[in-house]
Design a protein around this ligand. Structure first.
Ligand code: URA
Length: 252
């Protein structure tokens, strides 16, 4: 094959969205597998394996976690979510678990998948700047001004596609347990998927800036920083929401 043709085939793959090599070694899908010897017949029909219900398994694992470290480990053992197979890392949380404010985003993107931490790409940099403007940050040592950050999904969806409803449903028991164990005073719901998961409602333009309740805690929906990168004019509303949050934190 000449190099011009090889290059155009690569470009075509990029256009289809195959932007990353997942394995270190190429797989030749045209190779005919060597014929395997037929297995010896079993003396009796083997018992059918009992398929584990993904939601039940998620609930049982999440409930069994007595600490945040247990919960991270339990997520690592959960095998029912297909996203895990395509992800490089589990993205559990970042910041200070003792924080009064817990931010819940959507799902890891490319940078988060590589680093294993939420909100470390461009949207994450904007998120850090937004909260720094009200004196808060994930690295701050004091519980008053620090943040604890997680996502609805702990694994990156391929090509950053939207989370599927069944993926959210599967991960919800873990998120509920995560909030219960971290026990923040306030939840900040970043964007539509976070609102869908915890409020059962979408429509961030209407929801943002109005206090509501999620998992028994005061919750403030806000525009997702990725949306603000695409719509810089909406930063004005995001600033108003940050001031709303600050006022609530300062209220006696
Ligand atoms: N967007 C999110 O919702 N979460 C991340 O961790 C990164 C980008």
């Amino acid at each position: 094959m000449d190099s011009a043709l090889a290059l155009s085939l690569l470009e075509w793959q990029l256009e289809l969205g195959a932007t990353e090599a997942i394995g270190d070694v190429p797989v030749n899908r045209y190779e005919v597998p060597a014929a395997r010897p037929a297995p010896a017949p079993a003396p009796f029909p083997p018992p059918l394996p009992v398929a584990e219900d993904p939601l039940e398994a998620a609930r049982a694992l999440a409930e069994s976690a007595g600490s945040l470290a247990d919960l991270e480990e339990a997520l690592g053992r959960y095998e029912h979510c297909e996203l895990k197979k395509g992800a490089r890392n589990l993205v559990f949380a970042d910041g200070n678990p003792a924080a009064r404010v817990m931010i819940i985003g959507e799902a890891p993107g490319r940078d988060e998948d590589i680093q294993g931490k939420p909100f470390v790409g461009r949207a994450g940099q904007l998120l850090d700047l937004m909260f720094a403007a009200i004196g808060m940050g994930r690295e701050n040592p004091d519980a008053e001004n620090t943040l604890y950050i997680t996502n609805v999904l702990p694994w990156r969806p391929p090509q950053n596609r939207d989370p599927a409803p069944e993926e959210i449903a599967m991960m919800l028991p873990f998120l509920h347990r995560h909030v219960a164990l971290a026990d923040p005073d306030i939840l900040v719901l970043m964007g539509n998927h976070s609102c869908q998961a915890l409020l059962g409602r979408r429509g961030i333009t209407r929801l943002r800036g109005t206090w509501t309740e999620a998992l028994g805690k005061p919750a403030l929906p806000m525009f997702h920083p990725a949306y603000l990168l695409r719509n810089p004019l909406a930063k004005r509303e995001a600033w108003a929401d940050l001031l709303t949050l600050q006022a609530r934190l300062r209220a006696p």
